[in-house]
Design a protein around this ligand. Structure first.
Ligand code: HEC
Length: 221
């Protein structure tokens, strides 16, 4: 009898362990699928779209930027900011002449967050571009509750507009057209083919003229 009871108790215990194991095991399997994205999908998607790094360097975007378009983009800011000379601070500080000023120190009577005050530096073009891409990434803890502008062109237009309101910093020099690098790369890529041809037939030197002639065609891309 005792033996039988022990056996039964043993099976019950074993079944319990199996059940527990299954629970833990399935928990591990399914737990992973749960929160793929938590928090604030709006900011995530903005940051993803905006992620900043545009293919075109900022100085080139600024050189091509349009103040009037920037003024239109500023509509997104006007709920919180004035930008006229001597304009009142609102939810955000007045932005007249902000380009070139120290970050987060600017306007008399506006209480900046410590997060922004402690960034340091001045509002140059690069800093402003990063701030407008994602204020929260630029100054974690900022009280400017604005997700950011995903479009690099929008940011560039807006920045030249901001700059035109009392700052007028000289625009950074546009970088040499990246097309020059693009043209150089295929030319180098063609080199091994030339060498191969040379090795195969040393007398074929004249053939080098052909790849050289092809290079300008690639440069047109
Ligand atoms: C919801 C309100 C709100 C919106 C919309 C908003 N801002 Fe702000 N902005 C603020 C607040 C609040 C601060 C102060 C941030 C801090 O102290 O952390 C601020 C700070 C700034 C600063 C820093 C100023 C300085 O002197 O250092 C700049 C520049 C700025 N905003 C530009 C913009 C631009 C450009 C837009 C539109 C794309 C915009 N903001 C949209 C509320 C806003």
């Amino acid at each position: 009898m005792d033996n039988r009871n022990n056996t039964i108790a043993g099976w019950v215990l074993f079944a319990g362990i199996c059940a527990l194991g299954l629970t833990i095991g399935s928990g591990m399997v399914f737990a992973d699928r749960h929160p793929e994205k938590e928090g604030y999908p709006i900011e995530d998607s903005e940051a993803g779209a905006g992620g900043g790094a545009s293919a075109v360097p900022l100085p080139n975007l600024l050189a091509a930027a349009d103040v009037a378009k920037g003024e239109a983009v500023f509509a997104k800011c006007a709920a919180c900011h004035t930008i006229n000379s001597g304009g009142a601070n609102g939810i955000g500080p007045n932005l007249y002449g902000t380009m070139g000023e120290p970050i987060g120190q600017g306007k008399a009577g506006f209480a900046f967050s410590d997060a922004l005050k402690n960034v340091g530096g001045t509002w140059d073009f690069e800093n402003m571009d990063q701030w407008l891409t994602s204020p929260r990434k630029f100054a974690n803890g900022t009280k400017m509750s604005f997700a950011g502008l995903g479009s690099a062109e929008d940011r560039a237009n807006l920045i030249v507009y901001l700059n035109a309101q009392g700052s007028n910093l000289p625009l950074p020099a546009a970088e040499a057209a990246p097309a020059a690098d693009a043209a150089a790369a295929p030319a180098e890529g063609a080199a091994p083919a030339d060498k191969g041809a040379d090795a195969a037939a040393a007398g074929d030197k004249g053939g080098n003229g052909a790849p050289a002639a092809a290079a300008p065609a690639e440069a047109k891309k």
